[in-house]
Design a protein around this ligand. Sequence first.
Ligand SMILES: NC(=O)c1ccc[n+]([C@@H]2O[C@H](COP(=O)([O-])OP(=O)(O)OC[C@H]3O[C@@H](n4cnc5c(N)ncnc54)[C@H](OP(=O)(O)O)[C@@H]3O)[C@@H](O)[C@H]2O)c1
Length: 316
Amino acid sequence: MPSRGAAGSGTGSGGSGSGRSTPVALVTGCSAGGIGHALCLFLRSRGCRVFGTVRRGGAAPELEEAGVTVVGGIDVAREADCAAAVAAVLEAAGRLDILVNNAGVVALGPSCEVPMDVVRRTFEANVFGLLQMCQAAHRPMVAQGGGKIINIASLTGLQPVPLRGIYSSTKAAVVRLSDALRIELRPLGVQVACVCPGFINTRARDNARSNCAPPTGGLWGGWLAALERTMAARLARAVPVDAYAAQLGEVILRERLPRVWIGRCAGLEWLPRWLPAPLRDRALAKALAINELEPELRANAAELAASWPESSKKGS
Ligand SMILES: NC(=O)c1ccc[n+]([C@@H]2O[C@H](COP(=O)([O-])OP(=O)(O)OC[C@H]3O[C@@H](n4cnc5c(N)ncnc54)[C@H](OP(=O)(O)O)[C@@H]3O)[C@@H](O)[C@H]2O)c1
């Protein structure tokens, strides 16, 4: 069951699209250091009444100080928790104008080698959790005459990235799901937007390690090390989380939500989508510095073949 901290209340206007002066917003995954946390503070500073969910107690003391209501003990992978989070908002505020589905985890590693329990956990949080929140929130929004749902996907949902295939595929699912939700909910007064950030400076890299032990070795060992180096080098260019949350918050408070919004952010994945797929794949491999490692990959394959039972080899 969720627990609640000090109730926040807002007084300003924010253009929730529901015609009320104080929009009520619920943001999932708001522990300190992340986009959800920074977005709660931004929306609060703009006069919204804001509720932010966290999984663990004590994960966001700054939010309560700012007047954000922290709804604790919410794991979006659990359907009952999603329903409880929405119920907590309705009980305290009587309505829900803005739902931001921000909670998510990163899974790293070659798609064929990521343990299936990690794959399932990642889909549970990023896709099923997000959908469960939409299922819990849409009826109150329709009944009150409108609302906004903002789903946080990723640039990797638009452009898949090697060694992040599992994460990319969860985010691609969020992009498509948001498209369907937008069409289904628009006639009922609920707007849906999909947000695809690039590289934002948050705790996501550390959190990825707790979702899944950093993979090493295996067939793609060299690629993993190269990607790690490239990402570390790019961290310096990552967009500060507060700046990104402020850009995003402004978009959320507009009267009309865009279909897909990316914002100003650094992203390796941001290659022109009009490029033919083979060219795009090659450009991405170059940007990630994994292109020159193909000989090493083939050497790993040869080593595997040498140790493989003769009877199961092709043509034997
Ligand atoms: N940072 C980027 O560059 C970037 C780029 C593209 C997309 N995104 C997306 O932006 C969103 C926010 O990420 P972030 O960068 O701010 O990372 P973050 O700092 O790791 O924040 C993720 C938040 O989601 C929560 N969470 C994870 N699994 C959950 C679950 N099953 N139930 C409830 N809460 C859960 C985490 O809670 P705990 O603290 O309890 O783990 C944390 O509060 C994610 O959807 C992420 O995929 C981020």
